[in-house]
Design a protein around this ligand. Sequence first.
Ligand SMILES: Nc1ncnc2c1ncn2[C@@H]1O[C@H](COP(=O)(O)OP(=O)(O)O)[C@@H](O)[C@H]1O
Ligand SMILES: [Mg+2]
Length: 293
Amino acid sequence: MDTVSVENEVIMADDGIVKPVAGGRATIDRDNRETVGDVTAKNPRMRCREVSVFYGEKQAIHDVSLDVGSNEVIALIGPSGCGKSTFLRCLNRMNDTIDGCRVIGDISLDGDSIFDTKMDVVQLRAQVGMVFQKPNPFPKSIFENVAYGPRIHGLTRDKTELEAVVHTSLDRAGLLDEVKDRLGEPGTGLSGGQQQRLCIARAIAVNPEVILMDEPCSALDPIATARIEELIDELREQYAIAIVTHSMQQAARVSQRTAYFHLGDLIEIGETNQVFTNPHHQLTEDYITGRFG
Ligand SMILES: Nc1ncnc2c1ncn2[C@@H]1O[C@H](COP(=O)(O)OP(=O)(O)O)[C@@H](O)[C@H]1O
Ligand SMILES: [Mg+2]
């Protein structure tokens, strides 16, 4: 998929024409919508190939190919409406729940197509968990919020095992110490940052492989945001994480790879540091320097 490569101050476009690069930076035709950069991950958990999404007649995602790898955080950035949430929702078939939404292309989890008729979508959404912008605990106790998933998926044999899973999940989500003496109280009574960590604990409780986060900190204050960012870094040891963020600072702090979307196209993907300090596509540069978006 790598259609443009930057080497030694020259750039080879896929038409074979070598163009000089000013200051080592590729100046690429802004109408070129082929993805720049390496879409593959070292240890891919999920692979998306030529994924397009339509809402009715309107195409929201155009031929996007991208891997989400083990033990990495990939940040999806780009101006509002560029398709970040739509793309994220492809990964656990959440778009199935939207009337008139159609997804085409190939998406696999550990080599198995998520569109296979044998794929159990409820199971898929446990393996590929999701955390939303606004914390959305169930109107139940803290304990029940976390216990719900393991119970419906039959992951535990008895009460002792269930309690252990709830405790471990709250602990991994960095919330246990704050709530262990009031597990019976409503989840909705927690602070915003605690509620978001509760939602992360709920996702973790069903043994996911991938965790999707759609602007998980945008409703939180800076202290709660910092706590979630630390947590994301810890969770990376065990999970593959894809996070949508409108904050470039957050993308720079938490992610190892960054994907820049523009009007439904994946414009550029690369190491986060490279994308922010030496973007290879003009549109990426326009966005990160604040000229656009
Ligand atoms: N449920 C929907 N029905 C119709 N169009 C939608 C729906 N959700 C998103 N879109 C459209 O798809 C495009 C991408 O939206 P979205 O994925 O929400 O972008 P982002 O998350 O980057 O802001 C936008 O043009 C948006 O209006
Ligand atoms: Mg969005």
